[in-house]
Design a protein around this ligand. Structure first.
Ligand SMILES: [Zn+2]
Length: 338
């Protein structure tokens, strides 16, 4: 039925229909809601609805993403929750006006790199899917405020997470996370972080840089308890690559040295290493990789006002055995990276 003249909408929720009627004459439609039906495909004439901004096709029978939707570049909100979708099309990048994408309760195993082209998106929800990894392009979603990836199979998150400067809510409960990238410290808008029911032993110390964090949920993980951790500091032999990277990273003129011209000539593994280098908490020099990792426990109230766990184990980077022997009593032990 057509309702408001200046925002024509069509509501066909829970009607038991398996296909949409011919809508080609309603080309002024702004909103279609047809959730709770048995629709499994969309007719091609949907591409004539060039004013359509909102579509809700949740709780239907789609086993593939309805490709015709990718022709609707003006679409702002798209609900496809509770279907059987396994794959998103590469062409999803055409939905450049999209601000909300709800794909909860599907069977999606991976996201295409082109997801990073959804520059307008503020809310992305993939609760209860089968994701095992995220593409690095996720960091290009600079307007993203809420990312819900709860109930998936994610073991880690890409370093590019730190590029999500607008991110306020990150919901990751019930995954298989063993760590968080230290770049989480660059997500300075973060207010809610739910990491409960994962496999994390440590949190990155950079989490303390998320000054707006108000809610941190970390229950049901394998967090280290506050007691010394087994480990023997063995004098390390650094590989040539590590020595070279440290020399570049700690060069007085490293910023000058790494001009875009030089950067573009370097191998990608080198530029990544430069981008994701860590800083030693003892000598404040940069390094890329070391097998030494220390643990520091802090009162959780210092990280977030609300947390049911009193002390949080933060990973504390130390660049060498020489620095390790200078550590203070707050750093209880070391563990070896596997
Ligand atoms: Zn050091």
């Amino acid at each position: 039925m057509l309702r408001k003249p200046n925002r024509p909408s069509l509501t066909l929720d829970c009607r038991g229909i398996s296909e949409l009627p011919d809508l080609s004459i309603f080309n002024q439609l702004r909103l279609i809601s047809a959730r709770g039906n048995q629709i499994s495909f969309l007719p091609d004439h949907i591409d004539l609805l060039t004013h359509l901004e909102h579509i809700n096709l949740g709780s239907n029978s789609f086993s593939t993403f309805p490709y015709v939707l990718t022709t609707l570049s003006q679409l702002k909100t798209l609900h496809l929750f509770n279907n059987n979708i396994t794959i998103l099309p590469v062409s999803i990048h055409t939905l450049t006006s999209l601000t909300l994408l709800n794909l909860n309760d599907n069977k999606i195993e991976y996201l295409p790199d082109s997801i990073g082209e959804l520059h307008s998106i503020t809310h992305l929800s993939l609760h209860r899917n089968r994701l095992q990894a995220l593409p690095r392009t996720i960091g290009k979603l600079r307007n993203l405020k809420e990312l819900n990836l709860a109930d998936n199979y994610l073991r880690s998150l890409p370093y590019e997470l730190g590029e999500l400067k607008s991110l306020q809510k990150l919901i990751m409960y019930r995954n298989k996370l063993v760590n968080l990238p230290y770049t989480i410290g660059f997500c300075t808008s973060l207010t809610v972080l739910d990491l409960s029911i994962n496999n994390m032993m440590l949190l990155p110390s950079q989490l303390s840089k998320c000054k707006r964090l108000r809610e941190l949920y970390i229950e049901q993980n394998s967090l280290l308890q506050e007691r010394p951790v087994d480990g023997i500091p063995v004098k390390e032999v650094l590989l040539l690559k590590e020595l070279s990277l440290r020399a570049i990273l700690n060069h007085n003129d490293s910023k000058h040295l790494l001009t875009p011209d030089i950067h573009s000539t370097l191998d990608k593994s080198i530029t990544d290493a430069l981008l994701y280098a860590e800083m030693c908490s003892i000598c404040n020099k940069h390094f890329y990789f070391t097998f030494i990792e220390c643990v520091r426990f802090v009162k959780s109230k210092k990280i977030s006002p609300t947390s049911s766990i009193s002390n949080l184990p933060l990973s504390t980077a130390v660049c060498s055995v020489d620095c390790f022997v200078k550590t203070d009593r707050n750093i209880l032990g070391i563990i070896h990276k596997t």
